[in-house]
Design a binder for this molecule. Structure first.
Ligand SMILES: Nc1ncnc2c1ncn2[C@@H]1O[C@H](COP(=O)(O)OP(=O)(O)OP(=O)(O)O)[C@@H](O)[C@H]1O
Ligand SMILES: [Mg+2]
Length: 252
């Protein structure tokens, strides 16, 4: 395994799922063996791959509830090289299920260790919270990527995510590094971006790639397609491709 990447931000609707799907499918399109893990009860990442719905009884909740091995839960997608560990609406029960359990933070890490030779990259789409599920992702990961929108509220949220990361490094996973923040829905040359970007950079390294807004993103989601399939020449598609190259070059 080259890297396990956690795509996280406790703020909702900042592009975590869109980024996870396009990083995972982008790496697979480069010939890498990739596992995309959907840890959100909303199932948004899984919904891009409806071909996996036919396989019932395979989802990431079973990993936490019954410790079913990942090799029994992963499902192939239509994209060569990309497997999915689907999400489940039951994931909302995980915090209650694991609270007070000593090994509650390590379930995902231990499950991934068993199948580490099967994949080059693991990409984890986190829910919009710093819950036990997200902490499991932090503990299991080598790299953290923080999708961010340019806004006052995004700035306010940076401190909490850095605190959670530092806590994880100190207590559970000294290997976790922040690879950077990815600006999504980014409009260059606005007063807002010129003011806020330097403020973000005081706390977080930014990826060179920035993701511009495009209606193609919603349209692709509606059609259960990735941008690479729906509009390969779109500027947002190309930005995600460039971002994938940046992450790939960090692979080691
Ligand atoms: N570059 C973009 N251009 C236009 N719309 C976008 C773009 N990126 C994401 N969106 C839209 O913004 C919304 C939120 O995106 P997404 O679901 O990826 O965020 P999220 O952080 O995973 O949300 P949640 O916190 O609910 O899990 C979606 O409706 C998505 O289609
Ligand atoms: Mg999401």
């Amino acid at each position: 395994m080259k890297q396990t990447l956690c795509i996280a931000n406790q703020k909702g609707g900042v592009g975590k799922t869109t980024t996870s799907v396009h990083l995972a499918s982008g790496l697979a399109r480069k010939g890498e063996r990739v596992l995309l893990i959907d840890l959100d009860a909303q199932n948004n990442a899984s919904s891009v791959f409806p071909e996996t719905f036919v396989v019932e009884g395979k989802d990431s909740f079973l990993l936490f509830s019954e410790k079913v091995p990942i090799s029994d839960l992963k499902v192939p997608t239509r994209i060569e090289g990309l497997s999915l560990l689907p999400g489940s609406s039951k994931l909302s029960q995980v915090d209650v299920l694991l609270s007070g359990k000593i090994d509650g933070f390590f379930i995902l890490k231990e499950a991934l260790e068993v199948c580490s030779s099967e994949f080059d990259w693991v990409v984890i789409d986190c829910p919009p919270s710093l819950s036990l599920i997200t902490m499991n992702a932090f503990v299991a990961s080598s790299g953290l990527i923080v999708p961010l929108q340019v806004s006052k509220f995004s700035l306010d949220g940076i401190e909490a995510i850095l605190e959670a990361k530092n806590h994880t490094v100190k207590r559970f996973n000294p290997d976790l590094k922040i690879l950077g923040a990815l600006l999504t829905l980014f409009q260059q040359r606005t007063t807002m971006s010129q003011t806020v970007v330097p403020m973000i950079e005081e706390h977080l390294r930014l990826f060179d790639s920035k993701i511009p807004p495009s209606v193609a993103v919603e349209e692709a989601h509606l059609l259960n397609q990735t941008l690479y399939e729906y509009q390969p020449k779109n500027k947002t598609t190309k930005s995600y491709q460039q971002f994938t190259e940046e992450v790939y070059s960090l692979g080691g």
